[in-house]
Design a protein around this ligand. Structure first.
Ligand code: SAH
Ligand code: SF4
Length: 421
């Protein structure tokens, strides 16, 4: 069968253009970059590290966007900060709330591009599903995001910005002057049984987990995702435990080892099929990195063990990948590669024009049962936010309406504008 779209194109390394007012956005700078930026803005070398720590605390721990609220920063330093920097958030173009409580934000970035971000509240946790790109180059056949024509990598700031914006919306920044309850680290497994039922995290926050499962392929935007998650995990800032963060990849094999070594979060792999024929059709990157290569990379993933298992995502497509034989082959493969694994069965979420149907509930139950009897946990994921097109694979922004040529023209116009300003 002819596979539409590109198989493994090199993603366009577009980052958002510099700000028109010439100021630097602080959100997304690593600590070292922030220190260097402060020095470049004229803050003496000796003081820069200490100032960077203060600003870091206000920005990432307190959620402050106004330099004048940074009470322990001297007034003249605040004036320097105001002249050279900005602490922002992505603009919220639209918010939708599902009947099941799931919230979806359509975010608009400085160049007009848009991406979506979803918050999924549960009884025992709150998960934020974060995007790593505008669109996705990988064209998986069952995924709405893959139909977007326009793709650009999100900057580290645009990725961290999603987490900060969710904290804003949930009202989860600590009030100034309120004593902080120390956070309790979850225990070592990934069963998520560490948060008491009915409450969320130890400090009462709702946003407890982050999954890089929104729009885009995170391992095609490695550097920015790494910087962003580094900031999200920083203990003096947003402070999420790496055990509460999951990165999902469709199988960018060459980047998996580095992801484990340099980012170190939980790994999810979009497997979705157990034969070359079917995976080639539905996850076209399989033509570049086949199932065996992918599973070998999973076996070598640093940090995976029985307490921190790799999650295999498996979308249930009627008569395509959902037979008893498929389930048995899945068990065989996981055993063959001795993978510390669990399987997440995702009922296919439809979208306008999608070519597949979801397997029947009986079929999904039977598939789950076979995998479970094979000794591997295989829960069925409950679809969330389908009514607002916020479920897995349903994210798509209007950014495709802007062509790359349009973007180049806009960027050139902006530059010309600055030159004459
Ligand atoms: N690009 C990454 C992460 C984003 S997608 C990846 O593919 O892993 C998050 C998960 O949703 C992936 O497992 C993806 O395959 C799955 N998904 C995509 N479209 C879907 C759909 N229509 N129904 C259900 N799951 C879908
Ligand atoms: Fe991209 Fe993931 Fe969608 Fe595939 S499933 S098109 S990799 S976002």
């Amino acid at each position: 069968m002819q596979i539409p779209g590109l198989i493994d194109p090199v993603p366009v390394p577009r980052t958002a253009p510099a700000r028109a007012d010439g100021r630097t956005a602080i959100v997304g700078l690593t600590r070292a970059e922030l220190t260097a930026a402060l020095v470049a803005a004229g803050i003496p070398d000796k003081a820069a590290k200490m100032r960077a720590s203060q600003v870091w605390h206000w920005v990432y721990h307190r959620g402050v966007v106004d330099f004048d609220l940074m009470a322990n920063v001297a007034r003249d330093t605040r004036d320097v900060l105001k002249a050279h920097f900005v602490v922002g958030r992505p603009e919220i173009a639209e918010v939708q709330v599902s009947a099941d409580g799931t919230r979806k934000w359509l975010l608009r970035f400085d160049d007009g591009n848009e991406a979506e971000c979803v918050f999924i509240p549960d009884a025992d946790r709150g998960t934020l599903c974060v995007s790593s790109q505008v669109g996705c180059t990988l064209n998986c056949r069952f995924c709405f995001t893959g139909t977007m024509k326009l793709v650009r990598n999100l900057t580290a700031g645009e990725i961290v910005g999603q987490v900060m914006l969710a904290r804003d919306a949930l009202g989860e920044w600590p009030a100034v002057g309120v004593k902080q309850v120390p956070r309790i680290e979850p225990d070592d497994d990934d069963d998520d049984d560490d948060a008491p039922r009915g409450t969320y995290s130890a400090d009462g926050r709702m946003l407890t987990n982050v999954v890089m499962m929104g729009m885009g392929e995170p391992l095609y935007n490695f550097d920015n995702v790494k910087s962003a998650l580094g900031i999200v995990m920083d203990a003096t800032g947003l402070g999420l435990s790496k055990r509460r963060i999951t990165l999902s990849t469709s199988g960018v094999v060459p980047m998996m080892r580095r992801a484990g070594e340099e980012i170190g979060v939980n790994l999810a792999v979009s497997l979705h099929a157990v034969t070359k024929e079917v995976r080639d059709e539905i996850v076209p990157i399989n033509k570049r990195y086949g199932i065996d290569e992918l599973l070998a990379a999973c076996a070598a993933y640093p940090g995976a063990n029985n307490a921190r298992r790799i999650t295999f995502e498996y979308v249930m497509l009627k008569d395509r990948n959902d037979s008893d034989d498929d389930a048995r082959e899945l068990v065989r493969l996981i055993r063959h590669y001795r993978l510390p694994a669990k399987v997440n069965l995702i009922p296919f979420n439809p979208w306008p024009g999608s070519a597949y149907e979801c397997s029947t509930p009986e079929r999904i139950a039977r598939f789950s049962d076979i995998v479970f009897r094979g000794g591997i946990s295989a829960p069925v994921r409950r679809p969330r936010g389908r009514d607002i097109m916020a479920a897995c694979g349903q994210l798509k922004s209007a950014s495709e309406k802007v062509s790359l040529a349009d973007l180049d023209r806009r960027a050139a116009e902006k530059e010309a504008g600055w030159a004459t300003a």
